[in-house]
Structures are given as C-alpha cells and as structure tokens.
Design a protein around this ligand. Sequence first.
Ligand code: MN
Length: 313
Amino acid sequence: MSNLIPSPDVSVSIPPSSAGPAIEAFPSRKAEVGVLSVRRALPVRQRRTIGPWCFFDHFGPIEFIDGKPMDVAPHPHIGLQTVSWLFEGEVLHRDSLGSEALLHPGELNLMTAGAGIAHAEETPLEHSTKLHGVQLWIALPETHRRTTPLFAHHTDILANEIPGGRVTVIMGQVDGVHSPAKAFSTLIAFELVVNKSEKVHVPLDRSFEHGMVVVAGQADLEGQSLDPDTLYYLGVDRDELSLTSRGGARVMVVGGAPFGESIVMWWNFVARTNQEIQQAREDWAQHRRFCDVSAYRGPRLEAPPLEFRPKSG
Ligand code: MN
C-alpha cells in the first residue's frame, strides 16, 4: 500500500497516552490508493500513534470482474513494517529483495522496511473477484529503524475459537497464543469475530494502549454502539475487551506500549527528522538505496513534491 496523498501535517508529535481507559471516536477519512478507495483510520490529527501503530487503511469489501482494483506500482518505504491482512480476495506482493508472495485471507504479509525497501502490491491475474482487507504500518523504534529489510509471508497464523467468537493473533500474543511474526517492540494486533447475539471477552495487557475498528457488521462496547470505519481509541489500563453483537461483527484491534518517540511521517517514509525524509525522497528519485522491483511491469511511483510545513504541538 502506498500513502499517495501526503498528509499536509508532516511532523508528527506523539500525544500523551490517556491516563486510563478511554473511548475516543475518530471517523475514518476516504483516500484513494491508485484506483482503490480506502478508509484511513490512522493517523488522525489527535491520535498519531497507538503503541507503535501509525497507519491503518481499510479497503473493500468489493466485487469486480475486470481489471485490478489493487495496483500499487513500486514505491519505497523506510523506518516501518507493513502488515497486510485480508478478509477476502488475494494480493500479490513483490519487492526489491526479490520476494514474491500471494496473500490469502488468514495469512500475513509482513514487510520490514528498515533502512529501505521498495515493493509493489496488486490484484493477481487469477483471483476470486473479491477484495477486502487492511494494511497497517508499525513505526520501528530507534534501535531498529535502520535494520536490514526483510519480508515474511506467514501461513501459520492461528485462529482460536473462544466463547462467543474467534480471535486471530496477527502480531504479538493474546492469552498465551503467540503470533510467529517478528516484531521490534511490544505490540498486539488481532482480528476478533463476534458471533451473532454473542458476547466475547479478550484479555488485554494493561500497560498497552489499544485502538479498534469495526470492519464488518455491528458491535457494542460498554453499552455503546460502535460505528463502522471509525477508530476507537481505548486508552490504557484495560484488563479486557468485552464486545457484544446483535448481528455479528468483525473487528480489528491494535495496541502496544505507548511509543514514546516523536516520528516524522511523509508519503511512505517514517523517520525522525525532515532531513531524513528529504534524503529518502532524493535516494528514490536518483535510484539509490532502494533496489528495483524488477518483477513488476510498468512505471514505478514517483514521490510527490516535498513541502514541509511547520507544525506545533
Ligand atoms: Mn507500500
């Protein structure tokens, strides 16, 4: 996925985590990634990160016959991990390391950009005519943000039946069930299915802040009906997440230890200074640092003009 429309707010200051549990609602905004319409839940101005999570795009569900609803030409990333997760359909990932992976629902594509990587993501030629999923970004901590780029395709992600629903641990661990995916800070991401007319309880780490988005169906949290495609920031100091659903729901939950580092996020880069962003942009333009995604047929994405605007707060 590529953040094709750069945020006008370039510098990102980390807001303090809430002092305790909270329920803050932030409706997603619409964005276009090539021809694909997405709902962007994170970042929002008031809440730039949740743990190390700094980006949350939700696309679909759509049905199509012709063409490629997802066709994101080669583009670079630094300083982050991308988490690609599908509910329906297929996405073909190819990157500058030579990785190629066809992603299906229940599998995880985890790309660690670190010092720099380029990738392309597209609907494969043979497909199920459906597409529904999310792409999330994790800001890498200072200690690992220049790490060697990596790509992993996980087919061993566990879905666990629980009373009232199902938890799939994408990153981190829930109730002793661990994801095999490599993280560089303490974090969590899971998909939660709440069955029709049921209630689920999922234990949480009290030291984490959490956020959630209803991606399908309808759910209630603490007597409050949750809107779809709205980021709910849940704060810290929660022992568990309890959700009910009348008609059934699918929810994405992310969290982690409050990140505690100020980041600069522009286009597809996560860094610490404007200079680093400028350098990465220049390196992409000059064909330095980032190798080609040679398997992709077609031109790559060019970075938009860079215009830093001073930002307070
Ligand atoms: Mn991308």
